[in-house]
Design a binder for this molecule. Structure first.
Ligand code: NAD
Length: 497
């Protein structure tokens, strides 16, 4: 059985506990991953501590050159990485490449890190006084990541954290840990010093060790909301800075004037791509007006029935299996629950099997109509290939639905009316908004982050928000007296008045 070990200075740490890495296409176990503890983390932290001061003192242009070389190496290894990712996660190869590419775009941002690290300077803030600020790395940072983007999310965090001069310890999802290990190997190959980017594996025990470790100054987390909240509270209680992104239930509002063919295209991709296992998926569609709802439903049904579900290596497949049998059971449980709650089950994806892959974790595409806001299946995240139609009589009701939902990650509006779109974007109580864009994941030099239970903490991922999270501002007020008497001691707070 293939064994996946920590990637830390000093090599294999051995392990008393292991977790199974499943094969989503066929069922069964394909590898086992070491589940580490405080002792493993201590080794990683000691190596990080030894390496970080020199890395921070390395000029930012040289750090950026490591990013350039890392980008080249990832591009050269793209096919191998995508196959590895697809085999453990279950997303199709083209989508796996997208996962890696979106992470690489953050690395491209990091290639320009010298520019963004320039501080602020005021000459003559007072008589003979200059003020300047600098951004210094936090020291040692950690990233705890979910299974659904095993390349992109580690690079969101680890790219920026290391580019600004930190040592970074990644604790990826134990469900698809191979790509994160490969990325840490490629960082070393790209010229990053040992100890600056390390990967430790584990479950709650390792997460708690990270949250309690006195030498780790910042923790970035992405995962489900209850755990995000827990990580945020425990990390902050221990004096760390923490950003913790959680779950989502993104709505797509469809106005009566929208181009419905385009909407159906966008929706099928955004609701079912990656088997719905994206925090920016669109699992709820809100047509405005009965006529829009009926027309949309009529177009959606054949589009959904035409979707091809296949193994993750099938180049023709629109999406592959979900990540584990437990997750398949959970998604199918939500389908049963939504039907029990009184929604109309229009297309039922339960019981889907693929010939030759009967034990794979496949769920067929599922469509519900007449879903209402009191249903648990509407309130909670399903994280599977399930699309729910919630009908709204008018724009104000449609605006209210995502605004009042417990999650506030992303939202989209489909319309040809610029005024409606502008009004919606300004008023909706959600962090990321798409206007005729179904999955409004911001580009790398902007920042990613939701609102409400989709994110705890106050800084977003990557872009300038990421730079702020991984650095501390130091501000220097400097005076160089010319030797003439300055009026003696001051016993009141100095002002510029
Ligand atoms: P998860 O919460 O189960 O796991 C995330 C991380 O937390 C993993 O590294 C895991 O090992 C660790 N963990 C699991 N249980 C823990 C516990 N009890 N205590 C401490 N740590 C624990 O999430 P997942 O299933 O891997 O990922 C899917 C979730 O992530 C979905 O809810 C999805 O919406 C969310 N997500 C959010 C974003 C975002 O940016 N908002 C992005 C991607 C995924």
């Amino acid at each position: 059985m293939r064994q996946i070990d920590h990637h830390i200075v000093g090599g294999s740490a051995g392990s008393a506990r292991f977790g199974d890495v499943l094969d989503p296409n066929n069922g069964g176990v394909q590898a086992r991953v070491a589940l580490g503890d405080r002792a493993v983390l201590d080794r990683a932290v000691a190596a990080a501590k030894a390496a970080q001061p020199a890395w921070a003192a390395t000029n930012p242009q040289r750090r950026a050159r490591v990013m350039f070389e890392f980008k080249r190496l990832v591009e050269a290894n793209m096919n191998q990485l995508a196959e590895m990712l697809s085999a453990e996660h279950g997303k199709v190869i083209a989508d796996s490449k997208g996962d890696i590419q979106r992470g690489l775009e953050v690395i491209e941002f990091c290639c320009g890190i010298p520019h963004v690290l320039k501080g602020e300077y005021t000459q003559g803030a007072g008589p003979g006084i200059d003020v300047y600020s600098m951004r210094q790395p936090v020291g040692i940072g950690a990233g705890i990541t979910p299974f659904n983007f095993p390349a992109m999310i580690p690079l969101w965090m680890g790219g920026v954290a290391t580019a600004v001069g930190n040592a970074f310890i990644l604790k990826p999802s134990e469900r698809d840990p191979s790509v994160p290990v490969r990325l840490s190997e490629l960082f070393l190959e790209a010229g990053m010093p040992e100890g600056i980017f390390q990967t430790v594996h584990g479950d709650k025990e390792m997460v708690d060790a990270i949250l309690d470790h006195p030498d780790i100054g910042a923790v970035s987390f992405v995962g489900s909301s209850d755990i995000a909240h827990y990580v945020y509270n425990r990390g902050v209680a221990n004096g760390k800075r923490v950003q913790a992104m959680g779950g989502a239930k993104n709505h797509g509002i469809v106005m009566p004037d929208a181009d419905l063919d385009q909407v159906v295209n966008d929706l099928t991709g955004a609701a079912f791509g990656s088997a719905g296992e994206r925090c920016m998926a669109l699992p709820v569609v809100v047509p405005v007006g009965e006529d829009t709802a009926n027309r949309l439903r009529d177009k959606l049904i054949p589009a959904i029935e035409a979707l091809r579900v296949g193994v993750s290596t099938d180049a023709e497949a629109h999406y592959g299996p979900v990540v584990t049998q437990a997750h398949k059971d959970k998604v199918e449980g939500w389908i049963a629950k939504c039907a029990d709650e009184g929604a109309e089950l229009v297309v039922d994806g339960r019981g889907f099997t693929l010939q030759g892959h009967e034990k794979g974790f496949f769920v067929g595409p599922t469509l519900f109509d007449h879903v209402t806001t009191d249903m648990e299946s509407y309130k909670e995240e399903i994280f599977g290939p399930v699309l729910q139609i919630v009908r709204a009589p008018d724009f104000e009701t449609a605006l209210e639905l995502p605004s009042k939902h417990q999650y506030g990650n992303g939202v989209a509006i489909f319309t040809r009316n610029g005024h409606a779109a502008r009004e919606f974007a300004a008023r909706v109580n959600v962090g990321m908004v798409g206007i005729n864009v179904p999955i409004p994941v911001p580009v790398a030099y902007h920042s990613f982050g939701g609102w409400k239970r989709s994110a705890f903490g106050d800084t977003n991922q990557h872009g300038m928000e990421g730079v702020k999270f991984w650095t501390k501002v130091k501000t220097v007020t400097a005076r160089w007296p010319d030797g003439s008497p300055d009026g003696g001691n001051a016993f009141v707070i100095p002002t510029m008045g």
